[in-house]
Ligand binder design. Structure first.
Ligand code: 6MZ
Length: 338
């Protein structure tokens, strides 16, 4: 399905450290292995392993984070991730990442984000290597392991960086860890300050938290795998757009099979949804591949897939000028489709 690749697409749920090329991870691991800092063969095995449970995925992130600890590496991986999305005709990407500090490398949370923004802030015009236009915006992630203070620090950082491409806050991390009451004050503050908020919601069965999150009325939610009837009702009446990550959900066994994926029900109900990769590196996928899987699994044609892609523009966290630009890109592409 060549057209899944060639049509313009919008990526709204991509974790930076989950989107790194395997080749880059292996190169970084080899470098640390050669210096005797890690056991390369063990890390290589973890990187190349294919099927992982949700808890194994979070162990892999701990390994990845050991490999991406200095400014130059953070800038490099961001550049590559943006290049990879641009090369498959993603015209707008909202990357999300958790600010990290590493005193040994002179890295603060602030300088970590600066290292990311070095690439993304200059990308509105044109991607240097692929010559393709891609808008890049950033969401700062609060990790569920964090305290209220740390979460608030992330929000403050986002506010400081909002004129450099940071548009909002994401709540992510291992869903088996932490409680809503811990993050709520920081998320509420973020929204009061005009930042957009998206939440990983229902990645594990946790009815109370799903209710609390939907009551918060975030700008978007991600996943929505373990929803029950009462949650679907609330979600549908709220019209909160859902970021759906098919491969990720299948690979982590968060849904039993692609046929049983909640995409079908939400799509039929005309609920706002957007297809996303989640962690294209960790799950060996791409946004074109996610579109291809949806088209073939749910019997959607080229026109329907194009509409799905175009509708995502409505749910981006960037301003109206960007929306207008994207609207023009899609109008032009629609003419070519006729
Ligand atoms: C929840 C996830 C995730 O922030 O270091 N992350 N959180 N569910 C998922 N689905 C499988 N995939 C990634 O990127 C990696 C971090 O993103 C979050 C986790 O906190 C992970 O450590 P950054 O760039």
């Amino acid at each position: 399905m060549e057209w899944c690749m060639s049509m313009p697409k919008v990526e709204l749920h991509a974790h930076l450290n989950g989107s790194i090329r395997d080749s880059t991870l292996l190169e970084l691991a080899k470098g640390l292995g050669d210096k005797g800092l890690i056991d390369f063969s063990q890390v290589e095995h973890v990187i190349l392993k294919n099927d992982r449970s949700l808890s194994e995925v979070f162990k892999l992130f701990d390994v990845i984070h050991i490999l991406t600890t200095d400014h130059a590496t953070v800038t490099r991986i961001t550049k590559e991730v943006v290049e990879d999305f641009a090369s498959e005709n993603v015209v707008y990407v909202e990357l999300r990442t958790t600010p990290k500090k590493n005193e040994a490398k002179g890295m603060s949370k602030h300088s970590y984000i600066e290292a990311v923004l070095e690439v993304s802030a200059t990308n509105d015009k044109c991607n240097e290597d692929t010559r393709k236009k891609i808008f890049v915006r950033l969401l700062l992630s609060i990790d569920r392991r964090e305290t209220t203070e740390a979460a608030t620090e992330t929000v403050m950082l986002a506010l400081e960086m909002r004129h450099f491409g940071v548009v909002g806050i994401d709540l992510s991390g291992n869903p088996a860890v932490g409680e809503w009451v811990t993050y709520f004050p920081a998320l509420k503050f973020a929204r009061e300050q005009g930042l957009y908020v998206t939440l990983h919601c229902g990645e594990v069965p946790n009815s109370r938290e799903i209710h609390d999150m939907l009551d918060f009325l975030p700008g978007r939610i991600g996943h929505a795998c373990f929803f029950q009837e009462e949650h679907w009702r609330k979600l549908k009446s709220s019209k909160i757009p859902v970021e759906l990550c098919l491969t990720s959900n299948i690979r982590t066994l968060s849904v039993p099979s692609i046929d049983a994926h909640h995409f079908v029900d939400l799509y039929k109900a005309k609920h706002p949804v957007v297809l996303c990769t989640d962690d294209s590196g960790v799950f060996s996928t791409s946004l074109s591949n996610e579109y291809k899987i949806a088209a073939s699994s749910f019997g959607l044609g080229r026109k329907e897939m194009f509409e799905l892609s175009k509708n995502a523009v409505e749910f981006i966290f960037a301003d109206n000028t960007v929306k207008e630009d994207l609207g023009n890109i899609f109008s032009l592409a629609a003419k070519n489709l006729e």
